[in-house]
Design a protein around this ligand. Structure first.
Ligand code: PMP
Length: 422
């Protein structure tokens, strides 16, 4: 975490981890002051800040090269199409996919999961079929399945979470069966930071002929993803969680599955031939990208991938592990603070409650000190019920956070206890 040297890119890398002061210079946002304090941004799990390289990639394209893709014969349109295709190729490499045609650009994780629920699962589901979820899912990986299950008369089953905040895999083995058609699991929990054992779950899903969708929204900024090594069938993620723009994400799907799926939205760009009697559809990924796609955002997403890869996964992981260990240790020392979950494999996310103080009140006092945390149910109400709370305070770390910033978090919590007597 110290600066012992750096690579000659905007993304500084030190031998023993990240050159954080250099990284911080890439994020002008971090110069902001909130309530007369330097901002301490501990809400990257909600949305990560963007480095200059990402915003500049987008603005350069928008100011100098902008045109629509696919349909133009003019030079600018051809260039824009090439840039859009390169962005897809960037994402292909980023997730270790076999082909760029397996990468569908979507509006984000939510849209990607809805696409699979609507287009893969819905036509396949019969009454009594089962969809297996987990107790730690974000609402984005619950509600789309519930909607199609209700339409089809299918049943939702749920893998429970242990006190440590891990999936109960013994229970999973009992819950999965010959009626299971889809298993949908978060790679990383947005509340607990737990990294789930996807290869084990993939084996379980495939042993009964089910497909596995992984919600990767919280994994992509923290861990190298290799969809082939994970063994899943679909992988969904959002650019805004990984230092990229909002309004874009992606779905990776196995080629044979995508090819068998009908479109979920109709429009320009996803057809081969249209007449009033009949339309034939383009192959994936175009089949699932009706209308003008988020071109500028795709270029921003590609720049975010480059930024992360230039920092290096080992350095990112080491930096975040240090922050997590230190945050966990220091929070546990504060009287009345109860940490939720303590999984063996975690990314930089800590959730906690403070005895006798509502999470919103904790969040408000922290905000007065310039510290941005999330205080809510985190779109994971079933998990809140599992832990017997209505909400938690969540501090989530990114590549730009420092150990010094934990001082502000800890000071704010002492202040909340003083103000509210917790
Ligand atoms: N899944 C998880 C685990 C998340 O944390 C989020 C974002 N909070 C989502 C899905 C939804 O992502 P988006 O809102 O970008 O579609």
């Amino acid at each position: 975490m110290t600066s012992t040297g750096s690579a000659g890119t905007t993304a500084g890398v030190a031998e023993d981890g990240l050159d954080v002061s250099r990284v911080r210079r890439d994020f002008p946002f971090l110069r902001a002051r909130i309530n007369d304090h330097p901002v301490v941004y501990l809400d990257s799990a909600a949305t990560a800040q963007r480095p200059r390289a990402v915003v500049e990639a987008e603005s350069d394209f928008a100011l100098l090269e902008y045109a629509n893709v696919h349909r133009g014969v003019h030079t600018l349109s051809q260039r824009a199409t090439a840039r859009y295709d390169q962005a897809r190729e960037r994402v292909r490499r980023f997730v270790g996919a076999a082909a760029a045609s397996e990468v569908v650009f979507t509006a984000g994780t939510t849209a990607a999961i809805n696409l699979v629920a609507r287009s893969h699962a819905r036509p396949l589901l019969r009454p009594g079929d089962e969809i297996l979820l987990t107790e730690m899912e974000h609402h984005s990986n619950i509600v789309p399945w519930q909607i199609v299950a209700q339409e089809a008369g299918a049943v939702i089953r749920v893998i429970p979470v242990t006190d440590a905040g891990e999936l109960d895999l013994d229970q999973a083995a009992h819950l999965i069966g010959s009626r299971t058609r889809v298993v949908a699991v978060a790679h990383v929990s947005n509340v607990l930071g737990t990294v789930n054992p996807i290869p084990v779950i993939a084996e379980l899903a495939h042993s009964v002929g089910a497909v596995l969708l992984v919600d990767g929204a919280q994994a992509v900024p923290h861990r190298r993803v290799d969809v082939q090594a994970l063994g899943c069938d679909f992988y969904a993620a959002s650019a805004h969680k990984m230092y990229g723009p909002n309004g874009i994400g992606f779905l990776w799907g196995r080629r044979e599955l995508l090819e068998a799926m009908p479109p979920w939205q109709g429009g320009g760009g996803m057809i081969e031939v249209v007449s009033f009697d009949q339309t034939t559809f383009a192959p994936p990924p175009a089949r699932f990208e009706a209308g003008t796609p988020p071109i500028t955002q795709a270029i921003g997403l590609a720049a975010a991938v480059e930024y992360l890869e230039a920092l290096g996964w080992e350095a990112i992981e080491r930096h975040e592990a240090t922050l997590l260990a230190e945050a966990t240790r220091r929070l546990a020392e504060i009287p009345g603070v109860r940490l939720i979950g303590n999984s063996a494999d975690r990314v930089g996310v800590v959730s906690f409650v403070v005895d006798g103080i509502h999470p919103h009140d904790v969040g408000t006092v922290l905000d007065l000190g310039g510290v941005a945390v999330r205080a809510s149910h985190h779109c994971a109400q079933p998990l809140m019920r599992r832990f017997g709370v209505t909400g938690t305070v969540r501090a989530s770390f990114g590549v730009y956070n420092t150990l010094e910033e934990l001082d502000a978090l800890v000071a704010g919590l002492h202040e909340a206890r003083r103000v509210f007597g917790g």
